[in-house]
Unconditional design. Structure first.
Length: 655
């Protein structure tokens, strides 16, 4: 009897302990804000932005000194090995890594005596080591001050484990403030196209299109100490005028422009001449660099007052050009009553970030291009990626991340900055993209389709000219390919989608890959006996992962293999209010689509079959004549045996 009573007591006690532990677990998890990104164990805590600036400066000092960098990599070589699993997942060619800049920042922060170490670095030059033909590539002589401190790091197992964890391409280095302040104070996103006010209730109304040129000028007007700009193309004189006004106020200015774009048009030359004059007039205060890039100097980024509490970044998909930012579009010189309705700017956005930490990181990246004149993947160091945390929102801590190319992440932007998030996306990806052609991203999307089967959901709205190319991800995810010789679009019988998705799901997928050639394309008019050409592009570079509340915005990077060699910036944010705004913009574009890649391929095949066919011009109420190759969408023609002429008659009968 006593045994039974004792047994029941033990059973109830265990149950009570279990319930108590469960309550503790729930209380801890419900009351503690959850970071939406990387583990807090990969944080570096700094006292202020100036300390971060110092750490970034010395990390570059190391990577830009070949023999010193070689010594660091030799010391930590046993801890710079990637597992076979990660090597396969991220398509890494070698298991052996070199130290990235974030890893060096992490090591420098964990040095026992950073002050004495940076004193050594201040006096160190490659020539301070006696060089001769017999000297080893990895020097040992003169490295005693370095060795002593690095040996102490090697003896700290927790630091080594965190260093090794940063070998994982999906891990970023989070910059935290010692005083517990948020890493970014505010963000905003601005689109020059209308967007839903609430995508869940489309009838609630629209957010009007914004004037990106005006927003950029207003932010430049806020500058008190410094402005750093790197831009692909620049022909807006209004922005050049605002830069001059900043110089008059005493603001330090430096500007980089891709040297191959400065003479593309008269407007570009006019702006260039003005900037050269300002460079000469404000010598020492203004620096102009015509960037000679191995690929394209494709960044579209401005850093304002980076050394102050009011530091901010203005980044996005828009160049400083009339076609990208001017609300009037290409026909700006025409009177408003004569300007065609099709004259709109390319679809773009700006992302404004108030963050002293990210401003220091962005400024550090611009130094490589504008001060050190680096070119291509052979010269830029492996720059990794960084995140900062915001203030809690609904019990969750939003994160804001950034990376740059060339050599972003572990050396490849698509494989190590974009793909890790795609793999966490729970099978749903939306793209609002000018170009989407990265082979590594395509392989990841194929993998996702295979893993999630009929719950895989890829939605896309893009630029027609690029979406219909043979190498286009939207074309291939439509289950199509393009014959090299005939240029015809055909069903890709070898597509992995045919094994992963049902017939019904593949048809749904094809309906979700959309275009709008009636709004975006090349338009020709004859107005007052003058030929007028208008080009409108879907120029955004946005990826949304709706199920995990993440969006890549403020990004110049077209997701392509060739862009890996360009100077580019990437930002991503897991912050519900901002992601919701991006969803509103994406779904409005998506719902305005007039056709799909599949329908467009059928239409184009008609004209390949009979290149002599000329469709009649469509009269405009204004009398302006328009002859645009994307005018007629005959992709919905019935699938019956018709001659091309009867197809055209059938199309005309539907008007």
């Amino acid at each position: 009897m006593l045994k039974l009573i004792f047994g029941e007591f033990i059973k109830q006690l265990n149950r009570g302990i279990g319930i108590f532990c469960l309550i503790l677990f729930l209380v801890f998890n419900l009351l503690t804000p959850i970071a939406w990104g990387e583990s807090a164990s990969f944080d570096v805590k700094v006292s202020n932005p100036a300390e971060l600036k110092q750490l970034l400066f010395y990390s570059y000092k190391i990577v830009s000194s070949p023999r010193l960098y070689a010594y660091f990599n030799e010391v930590f070589k046993d801890h710079l090995v990637v597992s076979e699993e990660l090597q396969k997942e991220f398509d890494l060619k070698s298991p052996f890594r070199k130290l990235s800049e974030p890893q060096l920042v992490f090591l420098l922060k964990n040095l026992p005596n950073f002050e004495s170490f940076h004193t050594f670095l201040d006096t160190y030059t490659e020539r301070s080591l006696q060089e001769n033909k017999n000297e080893p590539i990895v020097p040992t002589e003169g490295m005693e001050p370095v060795k002593e401190q690095l040996d102490k790091i090697l003896e700290n197992p927790s630091v080594i484990e965190e260093l090794k964890a940063l070998n994982d391409p999906s891990k970023t280095l989070t910059i935290d403030s010692l005083d517990g302040k948020a890493g970014f104070e505010g963000v905003s996103v601005h689109f020059n196209r209308e967007a839903y006010l609430n995508h869940d209730r489309p009838n609630d109304g629209l957010v009007p299109a914004e004037d990106l040129k005006k927003i950029m000028i207003e932010n430049l007007r806020d500058a008190k100490e410094s402005i750093s700009i790197n831009i692909f193309e620049f022909n807006l004189m209004e922005i050049a005028d605002e830069i001059e006004r900043a110089l008059v106020r005493g603001v330090r200015v430096r500007i980089g422009i891709d040297r191959n774009t400065v003479r593309l048009a008269k407007e570009n030359i006019d702006v260039l001449n003005k900037l050269i004059r300002l460079h000469r007039t404000y010598r020492g205060q203004m620096k102009l660099t015509l960037v000679k890039s191995a690929g394209l100097n494709h960044q579209k980024m401005v850093v304002i007052d980076s050394n102050t509490e009011n530091a901010k970044i203005v980044a996005g998909s828009a160049n400083f050009t009339q076609s990208c930012m001017g609300p009037e579009g290409d026909a700006v010189k025409l009177a408003p009553d004569l300007r065609p309705k099709t004259s709109k700017p390319n679809s773009n956005h700006l992302f404004i970030i108030k963050s002293s930490f990210l401003a220091q990181i962005a400024e550090h990246e611009l130094n490589k291009t504008l001060d050190h004149n680096l070119r291509g993947q052979t010269q830029y160091p492996i720059s990794g990626s960084y995140t900062v945390k915001g203030s809690p929102v609904d019990g969750k801590i939003p994160i804001l991340g950034t990376g740059f190319s060339p050599n972003g992440g572990t050396g490849g932007v698509s494989s190590s900055l974009i793909n890790p998030w795609l793999l966490k996306s729970l099978g749903e990806v939306w793209g609002l993209q000018f170009v989407l052609s990265s082979k590594k991203v395509l392989d990841t999307l194929y993998k996702m389709a295979n893993n999630f089967k009929n719950t895989f959901n890829f939605k896309f709205f893009g630029d027609t000219s690029f979406a219909m190319q043979r190498w286009s991800v939207p074309l291939l995810l439509s289950g199509l390919t393009r014959e090299e010789e005939t240029k015809k679009y055909i069903v890709d019988q070898e597509s992995p989608l045919r094994k992963s998705l049902s017939v019904r799901k593949l048809k749904e997928q094809q309906e979700n890959i959309r275009l709008n050639p009636k709004e975006y394309g090349e338009f020709h008019y004859k107005i007052q006996n003058e030929q007028v050409k208008i080009t409108v592009k879907m120029h955004n570079k946005i990826i949304v992962l709706p199920k995990i509340n993440l969006a890549f915005i403020g990004t110049s990077f077209n997701v392509s293999d060739s862009a890996e060699a360009n100077q580019e910036q990437l930002f991503w944010i897991k912050d519900h209010p901002i992601v919701n705004q991006v969803k509103n913009a994406f779904l409005y574009h998506f719902d305005q689509a007039t056709t799909t890649v599949l329908k467009q391929s059928r239409r184009r095949n008609l004209f390949i079959s009979s290149p002599d066919l000329v469709l009649p011009k469509k009269e405009k109420p204004t009398g302006a004549e328009k002859n645009h190759r994307e005018m007629y969408d005959v992709s919905f023609l019935p699938k019956v045996d018709r001659s091309l002429k009867s197809c055209v008659r059938f199309y005309e009968s539907l008007k």
